[in-house]
Design a protein around this ligand. Structure first.
Ligand SMILES: Cc1cc2nc3c(=O)[nH]c(=O)nc-3n(C[C@H](O)[C@H](O)[C@H](O)COP(=O)(O)O)c2cc1C
Length: 379
């Protein structure tokens, strides 16, 4: 039997993923002052032990005001960088490529953690020491009724934020990350500039496609200039807003071409998030976003990462084998089973499980257990 496509390595610039399985960035809302702690170390570390080829740290804010909640990670100071470096080193020691997503929450900032209701913070509902802050966006249009009305950024402030993305990129490099992803999805700041629904500016950062994409493209150019040539740069896009008159898949294909020309290596193809009604579009369907990854890959000629209710090894295998995407990213399925990659390997390639798929310290013992279980006819 040949190696399953899901377990073939992928080289992007000077970085090789041992397989095509990525852990999608997932906010834990469990940091203090943006600093990761033991929770983040164990949470992320178990995915590397579990055999994923790439493990991406959650949306990490480039400035304090760019956090969704008070519990978000940040990467604007030395303490944050130092703690992230410990995580990156461990991921790498287990054979996973350490990746990090940097972003800014824009008008969706200043809310409670989802497991505390997720509502905007107000003076009435603020927890001790966790007051609300002024949110920012391309235009002073709230995400939804009851949400903070953001302040429209000045051109000078937009330039200042690009500089903050650059600073976080430099810190990510110093912390040992090998893949950097810019968060241009889910209705956060960069998406808000892209979509005509949230961007009503009349200056050079709004209006037509060129104006609305300027902030993202300038930020990508500036980040690429400090992110080394031998390290891949990903951009996560909401490939569709999901509403007439909004950002379309055709827009994403054109933008992906522009991003490729500026040195982006992979489009992480997500969708939605710009307004509450667009947050849940299509979500219940398995593989609901894979067609977007396929279209961007085919029409823009750039590598893509597919994400969204990919849960079955055979389905993930087909996505790679059929050329719909180059990498599959899993979110919730990894939370449910951090050993998803190990189990997929066993399911797709039972003759070649081998200790190599497991860390040295536990692989031989797991193998002996598998032997006992096999004798009893158990999986
Ligand atoms: C708990 C949780 C936190 C998430 N945080 C982020 C994030 O930090 N950045 C991001 O781009 N997407 C985030 N997402 C979206 C996931 O990365 C992923 O795209 C989405 O869950 C769909 O994949 P799935 O069906 O495999 O879970 C989050 C999802 C979950 C469930």
């Amino acid at each position: 039997m040949t190696t399953p496509a899901l377990f073939t390595p992928l080289t992007l610039r000077g970085v090789t993923l041992k397989n095509r399985i990525a852990v999608s960035p997932m906010c834990q809302y469990s940091a203090t002052d943006g600093v990761p702690n033991d929770w983040h170390f164990v949470h992320l570390g178990r995915f590397a032990i579990g055999g994923a080829g790439l493990v991406m740290v959650e949306a990490t804010a480039v400035e304090a005001e760019g956090r969704i909640t008070h519990g978000d990670l940040g990467l604007w100071n030395d303490e944050q960088q130092g703690r992230l470096a410990r995580i990156a080193a461990f991921l790498k020691s287990q054979g996973a490529v350490p990746a990090i997503q940097i972003g800014h929450a824009g008008r969706k900032a200043s809310t409670h953690r989802p497991f505390e209701g997720g509502h905007p913070i107000t003076t009435e509902n603020a927890r001790p020491g966790e007051s609300a802050w002024q949110t920012v966006a391309p235009s002073a249009i709230p995400f939804a009724d009851g949400y903070h009305t953001p302040r429209a950024l000045t051109v000078e402030e937009i330039h200042g934020l690009t500089a903050k993305f650059v600073d976080s990129a430099k810190r990510a490099l110093a912390a040992g990350f090998e893949v950097l992803e810019i968060h241009g999805a889910h209705g956060y700041l960069l998406t808000e500039f892209l979509s005509p629904i949230s961007n009503h500016r009349s200056d050079q950062y709004g209006g037509d496609f060129q104006g609305r994409t300027r902030f993202l493209l300038e930020t990508v150019e500036a980040v690429r200039a400090v992110w080394p040539d031998d390290k891949p740069l990903f951009v996560r896009l909401s490939t569709v807003d999901g509403t007439p008159g909004g950002w379309s898949l055709e827009d994403s294909v054109v933008l992906a071409g522009e991003l490729k020309a500026r040195g982006v290596d992979v489009i992480d193809s997500s969708s939605g998030g710009l307004t509450p009604s667009m947050e849940t579009a299509n979500r219940p369907a398995p593989l609901y976003q894979t067609p977007y990854a396929e279209a961007v890959r085919r029409d823009a000629g750039i590598a893509t990462m597919a994400v969204g209710l990919i849960t079955q090894p055979q389905e993930a295998e087909a996505i790679i084998a059929d050329g719909q995407a180059d990498i599959v990213a899993l979110g919730r399925a990894m939370l449910e089973n951090p050993n998803w990659a190990q189990d997929a390997k066993a399911a797709l390639d039972p003759e070649h499980i081998g200790d190599d798929a497991w860390p040295l310290a536990t692989g031989y013992a797991v193998k002996s257990l598998k032997g006992f279980k096999a004798k009893r006819g158990l999986a």
